[in-house]
Design a protein around this ligand. Structure first.
Ligand code: ATP
Ligand code: MN
Length: 528
């Protein structure tokens, strides 16, 4: 009944199980995959092997005359020729054909029926099938019966390495995309997030062709007005955490599209960071990690199978994937109206950006193109220097077109729908890394609440002397002095020096976009 013949894709394995329900995938995973276990919460624990995060340096895109002029070639989109792609595709199929049993997941990407895409995933690990069952939009039995030909196919042969001697390969890992044949090949990495971001990358190519903006952001909706609010941000800035908000309806935690009719989620599930998760600080996410969820690379107690979320001995990047309806206030279908508010999240480890500022349209463009956040360089004792990361559109690794293509779409939509734009620092306060502390989650939540209630749109702002945006100086639930970073630093001279240093990093990074930016946007640059 659930068997499918994949010979049209060159897959000759007879036992291919299509769209198995979670209970069956659990049974297979625990029986056949020594790297899977059942957590006491009911979630399926799985290990992804050597790779516990994405491998952006190993991504390749086929250079094809049909799309060649559309693609932003460079370190994000590294070209390979079609012959090389075919070699890797064949290698993946050859590997999959050595397996006794395979899994196929047919599901949708995009909650807007007019713009949804049919995705087929072919893989050998039941955990990968469960992950994509969770992260894609699950078809009804009727939709599955009439699924037909998929729009895109992922061949996940991640257990098997790429051949380093194949031209253009620099390691045993290769993630290859062909925009023309709409196929993706995975070799040499079992990190499940690679598949979800592959789907996103395809949408980042096809959506803008239809004047739809694809975005690396979370989204919630106002339960009364259905107006949405978007939170853009790089990894670890708080998209998933802050979108689990009991006062709002959850639309999605990571990937959305903005069309002429409003916004829609691309995915059917969420993929939350699980490090240090507690039921107190993130109750909705904690509760969602139950039967049906996948817990990736977490450590558990041998005797109780209780997960220790503080244990990062496998990786800092432990993750939990759960269907979106596991969050109580998720809105199904995951669509909402045009955004009243657009929030850029940044985790500023320098501690100089204010907790919340209001951006003018040109400032919004400037910060969208810059895509700033800062990481801690290392975990060695004594390392106190944060490292700035600039990733255009807050999602550089997933862009296919030049960043200006997305920025242009955002500018046009934002101005037409009069969305307010905010820059929210979820990073350091009271000094940089080593001196200050990360902003309390409760304070950031108070800021987000005040944005959504409309309070901050009316609040007084003061122009920042270096960054020029409007610093919000009053917000319910947030102590006044916290709102102006300078006031929280004991060493005022150090604050000024650090702010100027960060401004300089912004300016240096923006140079590469200057020729494509309008005079207004260029003028939104900070001035040290
Ligand atoms: P990714 O794109 O990798 O999914 P993300 O933007 O969704 O990243 P989250 O999963 O929300 O990031 O991670 C934010 C992490 O930072 C969580 O572990 C959260 O508990 C922690 N955190 C600490 N302080 C704050 C704060 N003030 N605001 C938001 N998150 C915070
Ligand atoms: Mn997230």
């Amino acid at each position: 009944m659930s068997h499918i013949n994949l010979s049209e894709h060159g897959i000759t394995v007879e036992d291919v199980q299509r769209n198995l329900p979670p209970a069956k995938l659990y049974a297979e995973a625990i029986r056949d995959d020594s790297d899977c276990a059942l957590a006491d919460s009911g979630a399926l624990i799985a290990y992804s092997g050597a790779k516990t995060g994405r491998s952006p340096k190993d991504k390749r895109v086929v250079k094809n005359p049909a799309s060649e002029n559309d693609v932003w070639w460079g370190s994000v989109n590294v070209p390979i020729d079609d012959a090389t792609f075919q070699i890797n595709l064949e290698r993946a199929k050859d590997y999959l054909n050595t397996r006794k049993k395979l899994y196929c997941v047919d599901a949708f990407a995009g909650w807007d029926p007019k713009n949804r895409v049919k995705v087929r995933v072919i893989c050998s690990r039941p955990y990968h099938a469960l992950f994509m069952h969770t992260m894609l939009i699950r078809p009804t039995p009727e939709e599955l019966a009439e699924f037909g030909k998929p729009d895109g196919i992922i061949y996940n042969a991640g257990e098997f390495p790429a051949n380093q001697r194949t031209s253009g390969m620099t390691s045993k890992t290769s993630i290859d995309l062909s925009l023309e044949s709409r196929e993706m090949v995975i070799l040499g990495t079992e990190y499940a997030g690679e598949m979800k971001k592959g789907v996103f990358t395809f949408l980042n190519y096809f959506a803008p062709k239809r004047n739809i903006l694809s975005m690396h952001c979370s989204a919630t909706a106002d339960p009364k007005t259905d107006q949405s609010s978007l939170m853009f941000g790089l990894s670890g800035t708080g998209k998933t955490t802050l979108s689990a908000d009991p006062k709002r309806l959850l639309i999605g935690d990571d990937e959305h599209c903005w069309s002429d009719t409003g916004i829609f989620n691309i995915e059917g599930g969420c993929y939350a960071k699980a490090v240090d998760l507690t039921p107190e600080s993130e109750p909705d996410i904690f509760r969602a990690l139950r039967f049906g969820a996948v817990l990736e690379n977490v450590v558990y107690a041998e005797d109780t199978h209780r997960v220790d979320f503080t244990d990062t001995s496998i990786t800092q990047n432990t993750r939990g994937a759960y269907p979106i309806e596991f969050i109580r206030n998720a809105k199904l279908p995951c669509v909402a109206g045009h955004p009243s508010d657009i929030i850029f999240l940044t985790c500023d480890a320098f501690g100089v950006l204010p907790p919340v500022s209001k951006l003018s349209s040109p400032q919004a463009m400037y910060h969208f193109i810059s895509g700033y956040t800062a990481k801690i360089a290392g975990t060695e004792i004594g390392v106190t220097e944060p490292q700035a990361t600039f990733s255009p559109c807050f999602g550089g690794p997933f862009l296919v077109w030049h960043p200006m293509k997305y920025a242009g779409l955002l500018a046009e939509k934002m101005q037409r729908h009069l969305s307010n734009v905010w820059l929210v620092n979820t990073g350091w306060s009271g000094g940089g890394y080593g001196v200050g502390k990360r902003m309390k989650l409760s304070l950031t939540r108070a800021i987000i609440d005040a944005i959504h209630s409309g309070q901050l749109a009316k609040a007084r702002t003061v122009p920042d002397p270096v960054f020029a945006f409007g610093v919000v100086t009053e917000c319910a639930g947030v102590p006044r002095d916290v709102l102006t970073p300078r006031d929280t630093w004991t060493d005022k001279a150090a604050y000024v020096a650090t702010a100027k240093k960060l401004a300089k990093l912004f300016i240096d990074n923006f140079k590469q976009y200057e020729s494509g930016a309008s005079a207004e946007v260029r003028a939104a640059s900070p001035s040290p």
